[in-house]
Design a protein around this ligand. Structure first.
Ligand code: ATP
Length: 206
């Protein structure tokens, strides 16, 4: 079971204090929601806790190990990422895009892919159609599945609902939340949408 400890992270950018002594812990099943106004430092914090940038002070530990260099192996095995602009390969099909995630783990049968699509409210989609023919909300759900099939114990999501209308945004967050509960996995989600605090096991306001 994954354990992430964020310990007194502080960061200045251009002399301005962006993060000030931020601490929280993430355990299996946690759904951590990080909120803050635009420019408050949400993405900066996510970059620090995922090891992309070093903080001015403070530490981040993943399963007792200090996060720092050599993160690639950890990303592949333990951490999945979801961003606002998930880059699907537009010329490839729904199935091919989802399998790109699965290749890190195991391959999936067509029926398993259809079952996954049904779970995210897309039971009738043709898995051999190009993703470019799907709506923006559908593409975002395919991108979410591509990450989920990697079966990482921890997912970092940076404004994953950014391009979606309210209804589709809520659906996507519910999928993530249900996945976290069902698989005992953890999610750290950055959002400016305060409505999503209701899904949180922990709320970090910055
Ligand atoms: N590379 C950089 N160079 C200069 N300033 C930066 C850089 N990256 C971030 N900043 C500044 O740091 C602050 C925090 O930025 P950050 O992107 O973390 O905010 P955010 O909360 O994610 O914002 P948003 O919700 O608008 O995406 C902002 O004032 C931003 O202008």
């Amino acid at each position: 079971m994954v354990e992430l400890i964020v310990d007194k992270i502080s960061q200045k950018i251009d002399g301005k204090s962006v993060l000030n002594q931020i601490s929280f812990e993430v355990h299996a099943n946690d759904f951590v929601v990080i909120t803050g106004r635009s420019g408050s430092g949400k993405t900066t914090l996510l970059n620090v806790i995922s090891g992309l940038t070093r903080p001015d002070s403070g530490q981040v530990y993943l399963d007792g190990q200090l996060i720092g260099k050599n993160m690639q192996k950890i990303w592949r095995n333990q951490i999945g990422f979801i961003f606002q602009n998930n880059l699907l390969l537009e010329k490839l099909t729904v199935k091919q895009n989802i399998l790109m995630g699965a290749k890190f783990n195991k391959s999936l049968s067509d029926q398993e892919i259809r079952d996954l699509l049904a779970k995210v409210g897309m039971p009738d989609v043709d898995i051999s159609q190009r993703v470019s023919t799907l709506s923006g909300g559908e593409q975002q759900r395919v991108a979410l599945l591509r990450t989920l099939v990697k079966r990482n114990e921890l997912i970092f999501a940076d404004e994953p609902t950014g391009n979606l209308d309210d209804e589709n945004a809520r659906k996507l967050v519910e999928i993530l939340k249900n996945w976290s509960l069902a698989e005992q996995h953890a999610v750290v989600m950055v959002t400016h949408n305060l409505a999503f605090i209701t899904y949180a096991t922990k709320h970090v306001a910055i």
